[in-house]
Design a protein around this ligand. Structure first.
Ligand code: ADP
Length: 394
C-alpha cells in the first residue's frame, strides 16, 4: 500500500512516500519558499537529489508538482494508488489523544486551537486541503504533535495559576514533538525487548523537549502550553520566571509581541552566546574559548540534566535514556557533557561508542547503571505507520 507522510509549514512542504507495511521510502522531497519569490523544490529518489526552481504560489501548486513527480517517476501509475495521507499537525489540545482520520470535527479542532499554534495549525489545514484536492479518495489522517502527551496526569499538566485560566482558556501543558517521543520510546522498548519500561527521551533539536515515558505512556514532558518551555533551545528561552515579562516590559517599554519575539527568536543559545542559534557554531565558539559560548553550552547541558534528574525521581528510576534529533543524534560533546554530569546516578559513558553521529547505538558501558542510547528519530515513519493502521482499520 502506498502512503504519504506530509509535513506542511507556513511556507514549506515536506513529504515522504512509503510502501507499507514494508516501510520502504519510495521518494521524498521538500518544497521551500512557497508563496515567496525564488521558490524551489528538491526531490530525493534512488539516492539522488534533484533541485527544481519553479514558482510555488501556494501549497496547492506545490502538491501539483508533487503529483507530477510521482507519476513521471513511475512511483504510481495513478494517484488512486495512494490510499493514505498522514498530515503532521501540531496542536490538538486535549481534544485529540491519538492519530485520527480527518473529518469536520478534526478540522474544527485544528482551527479552534490556532491561537495556541498560530503558525503551525493554519499550515496543516492548508496542507490537508491541498492534498484532498488531488487525492479525494485517499484517507487523510492527522498526526498531532500533542497527542502522545495526552496521557500525562492532571498534576503534571496543570499550571499553578487561577483555575479558571484552565477551564475558560485551556491553559495547561500540552507538550510537543509527541510523534518523535512516541517513535523513540517504542524503539527503545523493542531494543530492551519489553514494554514495562521507564524511559527518558531527550529530543534535542533546534527546538527541544524531554519526556518521561512509563510502560509506553507519557507521564511528563518539558514543553508546555507552547513550545517555549523546558530546556534552553536554539533561540527560545525555555523555562523562565514568568515575572521577567512584565518587568522587562516596564523597564524597556517593549510591548507584548516584542517581548514574545525576544523570548522565541532572540533567546536560548543565540541570546546567551550572541553568536548563533546553531549548536555547532556555539560548540566551535566554546572550543575557541568564547566565554559566552561556553556559558550557553553550560546552561544548555545543565537544563537537560535537571530534567533527566527530575524524571528519574518522578518515575522512580529509569531503564534507559535516549538521545535523538539534530543535537541528540549528532553532537558528541553535548552528549558527553550531559552523561558525565549523571555520574552520581552510576551512569558511565563509553567514550568510544559515543563517537558517532546519526546512528542507533548504546553509548554507555556495560556496567553503567542506566543504559543510554542514540536513537535517530523518524517522525515521517511514525506518521506513515499510524496512517497505514487507520487505513487498514477503516
Ligand atoms: P529542528 O527539527 O528542531 O529544526 P533539528 O533536529 O534538525 O532541529 O536539529 C538542529 C540542531 O542540530 C542544530 O542546532 C544543529 O546545530 C544541530 N546539529 C546538527 N548536526 C550537528 C552536528 N554534527 N554536531 C552538532 N550539532 C549538530
Amino acid at each position: 500500500m502506498k502512503v504519504l507522510a506530509v509535513n506542511a509549514g507556513s511556507s514549506s512542504l515536506k513529504f515522504q512516500m512509503y510502501e507499507m507495511p514494508e516501510e520502504k521510502v519510495l521518494i521524498s522531497g521538500v518544497f521551500e519558499r512557497i508563496g515567496i519569490e525564488n521558490s524551489f523544490y528538491t526531490i530525493k529518489l534512488n539516492g539522488e537529489k534533484i533541485r527544481h526552481e519553479v514558482e510555488l504560489s501556494n501549497h496547492s501548486v506545490a502538491v501539483g508538482f508533487l503529483t507530477k513527480e510521482l507519476l513521471e517517476n513511475n512511483i504510481v501509475e495513478s494517484l488512486e494508488e495512494i490510499k493514505g495521507v498522514g498530515h503532521r499537525t501540531v496542536q490538538g489540545a486535549d481534544k485529540i489523544s491519538d492519530s485520527v482520520i480527518v473529518n469536520d470535527y478534526v478540522e474544527d479542532v485544528i482551527k479552534k486551537y490556532t491561537t495556541l499554534a498560530p503558525l503551525h495549525n493554519p499550515a496543516s489545514l492548508v496542507g490537508i486541503k491541498a492534498f484532498k484536492e488531488y487525492m479525494p479518495n485517499a484517507i487523510h489522517v492527522a498526526v498531532f504533535d500533542t497527542a502522545f502527551h495526552q496521557t500525562m496526569p492532571e498534576e503534571a499538566f496543570m499550571y499553578a495559576v487561577p483555575y479558571d485560566w484552565y477551564t475558560n482558556y485551556a491553559v495547561r501543558k500540552y507538550g510537543m514533538h509527541g510523534t518523535s517521543h512516541k517513535y523513540v520510546s517504542r524503539r527503545i522498548n523493542e531494543i530492551l525487548g519489553r514494554d514495562d519500561t521507564k524511559v527518558i527521551v531527550c529530543h534535542l533539536g533546534n527546538g527541544g523537549s524531554l519526556s518521561a515515558v512509563v510502560n509506553g505512556k507519557c507521564i511528563d514532558t518539558s514543553m508546555g502550553l507552547t513550545p517555549n518551555a523546558g530546556i534552553v533551545m536554539g533561540s527560545r528561552c525555555g523555562d523562565i520566571d514568568a515575572s521577567i515579562i512584565p518587568y522587562i516590559m516596564e523597564v524597556t517599554g517593549m510591548n507584548i509581541s516584542e517581548v514574545d519575539k525576544a523570548l522565541n527568536k532572540e533567546s536560548g543559545l543565540l541570546g546567551i552566546s550572541g553568536v548563533s542559534s546553531d549548536s555547532r557554531d556555539v560548540e566551535n565558539g566554546a572550543n575557541e574559548g568564547n566565554k559566552r559560548c561556553i556559558l550557553a553550552q553550560g546552561m544548555y547541558v545543565r537544563r537537560v540534566v535537571e530534567y533527566i534528574a527530575k524524571y528519574y525521581v518522578l518515575m522512580g528510576g529509569a531503564d534507559a535514556i535516549c538521545f535523538t534529533a539534530g543535537i541528540g543524534e549528532n553532537s558528541i560533546s553535548t552528549r558527553e557533557k550531559i552523561i558525565e554530569r549523571l555520574a552520581v546516578l552510576g551512569i558511565k559513558l563509553d567514550k568510544e561508542a559515543n563517537n558517532i553521529r546519526g546512528e542507533e547505538r548504546l553509548i554507555t558501558t556495560k556496567d553503567s547503571s542506566i543504559p543510554c542510547y542514540v536513537i535517530p528519530t523518524n517522525e515521517e515513519l511514525m506518521i506513515a505507520r499510524d496512517t497505514y493502521n487507520l487505513v487498514n482499520e477503516k
